[in-house]
Design a protein around this ligand. Structure first.
Ligand SMILES: [Zn+2]
Length: 105
């Protein structure tokens, strides 16, 4: 009773979460954070990131793609944001704050 021909593995859902769930096999929706090495739930991480001013769930996928847990993704976004602000200050596009520049550049 084996199927022959036709597309194997039908009903393929798209989306990074599903993709990663396949890659990680039994760890459905779970991934390991590249920073703190904690296992985390991808959908939780997305939702956590989506509560910040840095972006929504698609931004989480775009930037971190399941590599960082929500907490680490947010702190990474924070440091990008702070470094970005420091650069804007250096360029004179933002009010200059010497403390900020020294801290984040
Ligand atoms: Zn983490």
């Amino acid at each position: 009773m084996s199927a022959s021909g036709g597309a194997g593995g039908s009903a393929v859902n798209t989306g990074p979460g599903v993709f990663l769930a396949c890659v990680f096999g039994t760890l459905r929706g779970m991934a390991k954070c590249g920073t703190c090495e904690q296992e985390f739930d991808l959908s939780d991480a997305r939702q956590e990131f989506a509560t910040t001013e840095y972006g929504d769930e698609t931004d989480y996928d775009r930037h971190f793609d399941g590599e960082l847990c929500g907490e680490c993704a947010i702190s990474q976004a924070n440091s990008w944001f702070n470094a970005g602000s420091a650069i804007l200050m250096m360029n004179g596009d933002m009010d200059y704050d010497a403390d900020h520049v020294e801290k984040y550049l």
